[in-house]
Design a protein around this ligand. Structure first.
Ligand code: AP5
Ligand code: MG
Length: 205
């Protein structure tokens, strides 16, 4: 099963992707997570990506497409994969269609006014990439691996606003793109985390 999770920043793509990938035993591929790992490891790709990410802009298609193309050829994708945060432009979607088939595209819908609060209260685990929210998780460490949580640099208010604008301009057109191709599954992301997971599972089966 090859899946794509679409949705604006803060919609819950990463939160749901972790659960769905585990349930169906498929690889969870977060392009944002891969880029953050490159930055942490101080690679040339990380240095290039950081300049874009810190502004809330998209990393160039040429960089991202090559990265995803080699990632989905890895052994752990034999059973399928879940792309979280890719594609984000029509050029990326066209390139993906050349490489592989996709079974379903899950669009997680959340009202825009909820997104900033979700993002500004988010805390991330540097080890496993799990996302928590300060209102529902008071501990300073990750429940799964015990690492100290941190706030993403691009979760600052000014950057968040730009990410939302970029989403509307560059990524939202993919909703129509995949609807026209009969792949789109829309779920309400403005509900309890477990409820959203149930809607996705129901929609996929
Ligand atoms: P990326 O890491 O993909 O960030 P994003 O798309 O902005 O999405 P987020 O990770 O912010 O949100 P999410 O939907 O995963 O929400 P989450 O589950 O964490 O990309 C970062 C940057 O990398 C981009 O800006 C770009 O520069 C670059 N990049 C990445 N991919 C690229 C590509 N393909 N092309 C070009 N550039 C690319 O949840 C958010 C918060 O809400 C958490 O605190 C969570 O606990 C909470 N929450 C989740 N679900 C619920 C719920 N149901 N109810 C209440 N709270 C909830
Ligand atoms: Mg994410």
């Amino acid at each position: 099963m090859n899946l794509i999770f679409l949705g604006p920043p803060g919609a819950g793509k990463g939160t749901q992707a972790e659960r769905i990938a585990e349930r169906y035993q498929i690889a969870h591929i977060s392009t944002g997570g891969m880029l953050r790992a490159e930055i942490r490891n101080a690679t040339p790709l990380g240095a290039e990506a950081k300049a874009y990410i810190d502004k809330g802009a998209l990393v160039p298609d040429s960089v991202i497409i090559g990265m995803v193309e080699s990632r989905i050829q890895k052994e752990d994708c034999k059973n399928g994969f879940l792309l979280d945060g890719f594609p984000r432009t029509t050029a990326q979607a066209d390139a993906l269609a050349e490489i592989t088939d996709v079974d379903a595209v899950v669009d997680i819908e959340v009202p825009f006014e909820r997104l900033v609060a979700r993002i500004s209260g988010r805390r991330m685990c540097p080890g496993c990439g799990a996302a928590y929210h300060v209102t529902t998780h008071s501990a300073a460490t990750c429940d799964k691996c015990g690492e100290t949580l941190y706030q993403r640099d691009d979760d600052r208010e000014e950057t968040v606003q730009n990410r939302l604008v970029v989403y509307e301009e560059k990524t939202a057109p993919l909703i129509a793109y995949y609807r026209e191709r009969g792949k789109l599954l829309t779920v309400n992301g403005d509900a309890e985390i477990d409820t959203v997971t149930d809607s996705i599972v129901k929609g996929l089966s």
